[in-house]
Design a protein around this ligand. Structure first.
Ligand code: OGA
Ligand code: ZN
Length: 428
């Protein structure tokens, strides 16, 4: 019989999530005062945790509902500020803390503590994948992946299928980091986009349909559904929350013209900030009108053209000249706003920013619609057929899917460490 642990092993404490946390390093020593606990790890790192933070993040069933792993504790019901009366480590590195005034002892998983050590983070809210801005001169083509296997794995869980996992991770990281990926060699049957996209997450429905056909149509309700050129734009800036992701899947392309053009709106915004700081400031301040007033719908929204988050990082751009309504701004803002707009329009025309490529049937581009700008050359409608299918999704879905992939990697690491453990115990 194989030993699965030492005789003194007790089960590791639960964590307040569904994740798996490998224990790569053990804590060597714990010290504390009433409000702060210090863990000294075997590799020399020192992690510091506040008593109130530890108490709120305990994983016992009075703090977290075991069925949902959602918190049920309301800190304000504890009577007083939670403080640390005692703390100890067991032989597996689990930390037990006795909290006052409750006089309750709760245990913490060392792998979880290490992974959630906020005291050693340089940037606690760093993006999952660092954002790399690019110009067409630096990156002439989208990051491209052979996705011929994408649907062969259609009935598996993305996280239980190592072959698919690698492809999916590469695709998601490209979209998060560079804002764009091109998957190649996919099937060209109409409707397959839904099955492809579902492997990442749910699609976002709009008045154009969950899946929309981009082809020249007799009674178009969008310039996209004609054969004219489309200037750089994002889709649906007319919505309070413009879709985070756009998918365009090429089913047919035998026309003359109709090349795809893509540019990184964040790189253009950065160039504007460097070269025309006043124009940049104006475009982050003035609220433009975005309008899609069709025969049966009437979407209107007001927002800046470049939006920063509360840390000053680029959050989104809303650039689409053909989807703007009349500017309704304070009288004295009108001229500076148009002056800034024209500075931006001149930058958009500089060839250095653009990537230009031709869709092949079976290509699918997935891009960040709140960051990337897409455009299209005019095409000759009678020269052949051009048919793309598109859909939208939110950025949240790729972040969730990538976290799930990383979770399964950690689970496999935990299993590998568990396998290795008996050997060590026997040698001792
Ligand atoms: C769109 C669009 C680009 C193209 O449908 O929103 O921009 O290449 N299409 O047809
Ligand atoms: Zn578009």
């Amino acid at each position: 019989m194989t030993m699965t642990g030492t005789a003194t092993d007790s089960p590791l404490p639960l964590t307040p999530d569904y994740d798996a946390w490998p224990i790569e390093v053990l804590p060597a020593r714990v010290s504390h005062d009433e409000r702060v606990l210090e863990l000294h790890w075997q590799d020399g790192l020192v992690s510091r945790y506040h008593s109130v933070w530890l108490r709120e993040n305990a994983a016992d069933e009075s703090t977290v509902n075991p069925a949902t792993r959602e918190r049920i504790l309301d800190l304000s019901t504890l009577g007083d500020w939670p403080t640390i009366a005692d703390a100890a480590l067991n032989e597996q590195g689990a930390l037990s803390v006795t909290f006052a005034p409750e006089n309750r002892t709760l245990s913490f998983h060392p792998g979880w503590l290490r992974a959630n050590d906020y005291s050693n983070l340089e940037q606690p809210d760093a993006p999952l994948v660092p954002v790399t801005t690019w110009t067409g001169e630096e990156m002439a083509e989208p990051i491209s992946l052979d996705a011929s296997g994408w649907l062969a794995h259609a009935d598996t869980h993305p996280e239980d299928d190592p072959q698919f996992e690698a492809l999916l991770q590469d695709a998601l990281k490209a979209v998060l980091g560079h804002g764009l990926v091109r998957l190649r060699n996919l099937p060209t049957e109409p409707g397959t986009l839904a099955r492809i996209a579902e492997r990442i997450g749910p699609m976002r429905d709009t008045n154009f349909g969950t899946l929309f056909d981009v082809k020249a149509k007799p009674d178009p309700d969008s310039n996209a559904y004609t054969s004219i050129a489309l200037p750089f734009h994002v889709d649906l800036p007319t919505r309070e929350y413009q879709p985070g992701l756009q998918f365009l899947h090429c089913l047919e392309n035998s026309v003359e013209g109709g090349q795809a053009v893509m540019a990184d709106g964040f790189a253009i915004a950065e160039a504007l900030r460097d070269e025309h700081p006043e124009a940049f400031a104006t475009l982050t301040r003035v609220h433009w009108c975005y309008a899609n007033t069709a025969k049966v719908t009437d979407y209107v929204w007001f927002d800046p053209m470049i939006k920063l988050d509360d840390r000053g990082r680029l959050l989104e751009v809303r650039i689409a000249d053909f989807l703007r309504g009349p500017l309704m701004a304070p009288f004295e803002d009108i001229e500076p706003a148009y002056d800034a707009l024209m500075q931006l329009q001149r930058l958009l025309k500089e060839p250095r920013f653009a990537q230009r490529f031709t869709y092949l049937p079976g290509d699918l581009v997935i891009f960040d619609n709140r960051r990337l700008l897409h455009a299209r050359d005019a095409f000759e409608g009678s020269s052949g057929h051009r048919w793309l299918q598109g859909c939208y999704m939110e950025r949240d879905e790729i972040r969730s899917r990538l976290r799930m992939l990383w979770r399964s990697e950690r689970r496999r690491r935990v299993e590998a460490l568990d396998q290795a453990r008996p050997e060590v115990a026997v040698e001792k």
